[in-house]
Design a protein around this ligand. Structure first.
Ligand code: 9MR
Length: 358
């Protein structure tokens, strides 16, 4: 009751003020409308799309996780739900249940969906790794998979990592099952198949290690440039950027700037910054480490923000918080690679990202 009467008094005095001001416009002070204070978020602050790789079971089961994704990001990538083994578990069976959930979530919350990934040497179902057939049969397998998946999501998934990680650390073509069965030109054909299925989708070549040094970087840039020169429908390069706090700014800048020099769109597609690359089992997170990480995030965002706007497809972190990062389980070590901690709170790295566009 007390509350209601206070509110009533405020409304009364505001209307009285409005009434008396209306009589004497020259000296009137308009009442300031009371608006909710908008909270800073990544998606509202950054001048390019900001995404995260999202895990569908967490999205379904964990409301803290889901709310954080809704609030902070305007682009999402499926961490696993669109991979070959997930969507095409047997030769004539497609299972889009998790991918559909992710696409519906994105639609309901106004988020862009980036597709990952149509062709990779990992996450293949047994029926593919055990497949026996002629070169033509393998070509048909490649084409059928790509076209079934891209057609299914036409108009819902705006862009695809068409080929993922086809180049090795030494700059040679990775000796994947695709290279063995089809030869190096499967890469260009994968892009053509995807383009036929959805001419509006933006098509990316995605790989890691641009920032390791020139060997792999030059090999990737030569590959995408030759695809472009042959008229293959490639729109962009995904720089995964699974990096570490000790990586030099010079290498990070070369990775971003030399990729941008191709004129293609640039997606920093899987960003995370490891604090414990040497696998120290006893390491703990400290604010000093957090500050170093913030400085690295800031440098990457700042460098990215300086490439031409038309080439900024966006930045996507790989996972959302330190609790769901792939790194601790994959490398069996403690690590804290992301801008949110395991309690869904913003770390120094979060501010580092915002500072990158100041
Ligand atoms: O984070 C993903 C992990 O959950 C999967 O087990 C793994 C294999 O499918 O893939 C991880 O994501 C990778 C991405 O698809 C491609 N670049 C490297 C990522 C981290 O390994």
């Amino acid at each position: 009751m007390k509350k209601v009467s206070t509110v009533t008094k405020i409304i009364l005095s505001v209307s009285l003020l409005t009434f008396s001001c209306a009589k004497n416009k020259a000296t009137s002070i308009e009442p300031t409308p009371i608006l909710p204070i908008a909270e800073t978020t990544l998606q509202a602050t950054l001048p390019f799309p900001m995404g995260a790789a999202v895990n569908v079971s967490l999205l379904k089961s964990n409301s803290n996780y889901r709310n954080l994704v809704v609030k902070e990001f305007n682009s999402i990538t499926a961490e696993n739900a669109m991979k070959f083994a997930s969507v095409h578990p047997s030769k004539d069976v497609y299972n889009f249940a998790d991918a559909d959930y992710l696409v519906d979530f994105a639609k309901a919350n106004g988020k862009r969906v980036h597709g990952h990934t149509l062709n990779w040497y990992k996450s293949l179902p047994d029926w593919v790794t055990n497949f026996q057939g002629t070169t033509a049969d393998w070509e048909n397998l490649l084409k059928t998979h790509i076209q079934a998946v891209v057609s299914y999501f036409k108009g819902k998934v705006v862009s695809w990592d068409v080929v993922n990680e086809a180049i090795d650390e030494d700059g040679t073509m990775r000796n994947s099952i695709w290279l063995q069965k089809l030869g190096a030109d499967y890469i260009g054909r994968a892009f053509q198949y995807a383009h036929e299925a959805d001419p509006d989708a933006l098509l990316f070549y995605n790989d890691y290690g641009h920032e390791f040094g020139p060997t792999k970087r030059i090999a990737i840039l030569n590959l995408v440039t030759s695809l472009k020169n042959k008229g293959i429908p490639i729109d962009g390069i995904g720089l995964q950027m699974h990096t570490r706090v000790t990586q030099s700014d010079a290498n990070l800048a070369s990775a971003i700037n030399l990729a941008a020099a191709t004129g293609l769109k640039i997606h920093i597609s899987e960003l995370d910054i490891a604090l414990n690359p040497d696998n120290n089992q006893a390491l703990t997170y400290t604010s000093a480490l957090g500050e170093q990480q913030a400085v690295k995030y800031k440098f990457i965002v700042k460098t990215y923000n300086a490439i031409p706007k038309s080439q900024q497809f966006g930045i996507t972190t790989w996972n959302v918080t330190d609790a769901d990062s792939w790194i601790p389980s994959n490398y069996n070590r403690p690590d804290w690679p992301l801008p949110f901690d395991a309690q869904y709170q913003r770390k120094a790295a979060y501010q580092g990202i915002l500072d990158g566009v100041k």
